[in-house]
Design a protein around this ligand. Structure first.
Ligand code: ACO
Length: 367
């Protein structure tokens, strides 16, 4: 049975920064309160012309570059987002088209902030089963579009960004070693974006009632998160026949510093074994775990051969964790430039649109 290794990684974060002081000019809050209760100092907010696919494409191209494989080598793209570009088509398909992944299946996976754990595990299982060789997993958010900037209990928390992993099959042991995925839909109301779906299709009244924004019972989510984070990490370690002594790093979902502190206490682990960057990004939902992981790799904290735990929680309610051995890119003599495929991808996309248009004009088939 092949192993599924993480061989490529990349992130994309929009430049504009919104500080706590900036937010204190919009709602009744202040830097001290936000930092004390959440650990967040600032977050990045997408420009008007940036969308989940824009950030997702940038992160994906960087990940392909690290893995040194072409978009055409990808068999499967799983995109996970709490702020997808549309209800459908999947954001994964928009990214597939823009990077020129001509042989890839592409779908979105909805697991809210746990999405990246679920998606990475699904991609790994597809590789482990032998049905595919190369997968691209992307968590990407412009969640700022679904935030009520007049609601101080939510607008302080979230930020935008994207992160991507390339997973590849290998006979060498390593890569994703175990995973747990859990859910509890009885808590669906605790964290919800109610408008725009089939229950509350977009209408004047859904807008009037702010149903198109994130609604959150902060205290309930806090209690839930502090209960499940440590538990999930422990279960994933047990599944891999490991203990906390065997791992070098834990990369938790970056929602709130205090939640991470509680998980560290539960696991009896020092906080300096946790990768934490919530201070600079806020909660970027599905992108938070890959952004934190990639930063840790780029800073030289996570090294080849390290065993790590990725652990998350989110709306659904969902939570999960996975244990991985970080092995790095597969050594190869070829030198691939995935970014060059974007030009041809654009041409190909335009040509396909033109063909579809012409087919429509000249088709004599009765509908
Ligand atoms: N600035 C100043 N005061 C505030 C603010 C603010 N931004 N927000 C709330 N307050 C006030 C409240 O009105 C309340 O005032 P009151 O006592 O007069 O009623 C007081 O501060 C305390 O409010 P609480 O809600 O009790 O504050 P708490 O300590 O619970 O912190 C927080 C709130 C930070 C939201 C916390 O509950 C939390 O982090 N929860 C988890 C949220 C989370 O992780 N969400 C993401 C999940 S991941 C996903 O799937 C998207």
């Amino acid at each position: 049975m092949p192993y599924a290794h993480i061989t490529g990684w990349g992130i994309s974060v929009p430049e504009p920064v919104l500080t706590n002081d900036d937010i204190s000019k919009m709602v009744d809050t202040n830097d001290e309160w936000i930092r004390e209760r959440t650990g967040i100092r600032e977050r990045h907010i997408a420009r008007e012309d940036q969308f989940p696919s824009t950030l997702g494409v940038e992160a994906a191209i960087k990940a392909l570059k690290v893995a040194n494989i072409a978009p055409t080598d990808i068999d499967l793209i799983i995109c996970t987002s709490s702020s997808p570009e549309y209800i459908w088509p999947p954001t994964a398909c928009l990214i597939q088209d823009q990077i020129g992944a001509t042989k890839a299946g592409a779908f979105d996976l909805q697991g809210v902030c746990t999405g990246f754990i679920y998606a990475t595990n699904m991609a790994a299982q597809s590789i482990r089963s032998g049905s595919i060789k190369n997968a691209l997993v992307i968590g990407t958010e412009t969640l700022s579009r679904f935030i009520n900037w007049k609601d101080r209990s939510t607008c302080i928390l979230f930020g935008d960004g994207a992160g991507a992993f390339v997973l590849q099959a290998s006979d060498n042991p390593g890569g994703i070693l175990s995973a747990v995925m859990r859910s509890d839909g009885s808590g669906a109301d605790s964290l919800i974006l109610p408008g725009g779906g089939s229950r509350f299709p977009a209408s004047e009244s859904t807008i009037h009632e702010n149903k198109h924004y994130v609604h959150m019972d902060g205290k309930a989510v806090f209690r839930f998160a502090t209960r499940v984070m440590g538990q999930a990490a422990k279960e994933a370690l047990e599944k891999a026949n490991m203990t906390t002594d065997d791992i070098q790093w834990i990369v938790p979902h970056q929602a709130n510093y205090r939640i991470i502190e509680t998980a560290a206490k539960y696991l009896k682990m020092p906080l300096d074994k946790f990768v934490i960057n919530v201070e600079r990004y806020g909660n970027t939902s599905t992108a938070s775990i890959p952004i934190a992981t990639v930063e840790a790799v780029e800073k030289g904290m996570i090294k080849n051969g390290d065993k790590i735990v990725l652990v998350g929680f989110g709306g659904g309610l969902t939570w999960g964790a996975l244990v991985a051995e970080w092995t790095g890119p597969v050594p190869s003599k070829r030198n691939v430039h995935p970014e060059q495929y974007r030009f041809f991808a654009r041409l190909r996309s335009l040509a396909r649109r033109a063909i579809r248009y012409l087919e429509g004009l000249f088709s004599r088939r009765e509908l």
